[in-house]
Design a protein around this ligand. Structure first.
Ligand code: ZN
Length: 103
């Protein structure tokens, strides 16, 4: 799988082969992985885990450096994750990104 850039600071998710039976690709489902490892934090080397953090949002958390990024639950594949963060990186205002809106 191609790496997925998560933040403007170039935090990047790369495949974590030991965690999967076979490769992941952009069509691979994320929802079924809630509570488990979804990849590795490039450069940092930490495990990236996915968690359900509210009714609407999930988060990817690095178990090494504590990076935490949120995304809507409807973003349920690696491909949608790539598209979501590519879009979010272009939007600099957290309010426009929806992160400060009280759902
Ligand atoms: Zn990390």
């Amino acid at each position: 799988m191609n790496p997925i850039v998560l933040t403007r600071h170039k935090d990047t998710l790369v495949e974590y082969p030991a965690a999967f039976d076979g490769e992941v690709n952009d069509n691979s489902n994320l929802t079924s992985l809630v509570g488990s490892i979804v990849g590795q934090h490039k450069v940092c080397g930490g495990r990236l885990e996915i968690g359900s953090t509210s009714e609407i949002w999930n988060a990817i958390i690095c178990r090494s450096c504590y990076l935490r990024v949120v995304f809507p639950k409807e973003v349920d594949t690696y491909g949608k994750l790539r598209e979501w963060f590519a879009m979010m990186i272009k939007i600099k205002d957290p309010e426009v990104r929806g992160e400060t809106i009280d759902h």
